[in-house]
Write a protein that binds this ligand. Sequence first.
Ligand code: SAM
Length: 284
Amino acid sequence: MQVTIAQALQDAHCLVDHIEARLLLQYALNVDAAFLAAHSDDILNHEQLNTFQLLVMRRSAGEPVAYLVGEREFYDLTFKVTPAVLIPRPETELLVELALSRIPVNQTCKVLDLGTGSGAIALTISKHRPLAHVTAVDLSPDALSIARLNAERLGIHNVQIRAGNWLDGLDHDEFNLIISNPPYVAQGDPHLDQGDLRFEPHIALMALNDGLACIRHIIAHAPDFLAAGGGLLLEHGYDQATICRQLLAESNFINIFSCPDLAGILRVSGGQRDDRALATKAHC
Ligand SMILES: C[S@@+](CC[C@H](N)C(=O)[O-])C[C@H]1O[C@@H](n2cnc3c(N)ncnc32)[C@H](O)[C@@H]1O
């Protein structure tokens, strides 16, 4: 039986949605969207059809499209992703926007991304602020390999990608901006058994103490690593903005705020190092 591109897509629609079917077929044929549109009557060979049908079956069993095709768009860049890293989320673009608005275009600036995963945040910032010196840290060796691969693929050189447990081993008073999208899902949260989360690494998703352990750790220790006037920006869960602002206040941050994502959910909170409080501490 001869199957055209149009027919293969139509057959797939009962198992996966339109856009996903197109992405999987592009990947199976190693072509772009324009090719699919222009060649809808082309006949697929046996191997192409088998590859596509297998991808559709895996997707319909729940595997994320990004892992199947090995890539995900984030901001304006394409990142290699594997099951070793979180799939970059559209809501994390808010964290990048807020970071970019605080990093000068014409001056150097030291930026730290904690829990870099695929490098989505650190590399997007590095690309858009070539004068910035970005440090990207992760505990997972497999994630670090992917972040390094992405830096190479994107031709980004103003980033240092290093292994570390949050801020351990970094220099005090170093950074003008610290950003993080840490794990913030509570252990036992039912979302962990749903959708893409089932396939993503637990180290990227889950945190102890109701999902707040990593956020608490970063907020408590970040002031020591911020330069004068430096800022901290954190992505967090849909119901964690209030506690984040409280923790920031307890760590003597000033100009504390929370910012909504496009869905209207308070998604990023942050603040600035209070240099007066640190000056007082130094005098004591
Ligand atoms: C939610 S993912 C964020 C990935 C990426 N920054 C993004 O936004 O797509 C959290 C990341 O934190 C890393 N991580 C977890 N515990 C860590 C620790 N103790 N120190 C450093 N990184 C850690 C995980 O390996 C994971 O890559």
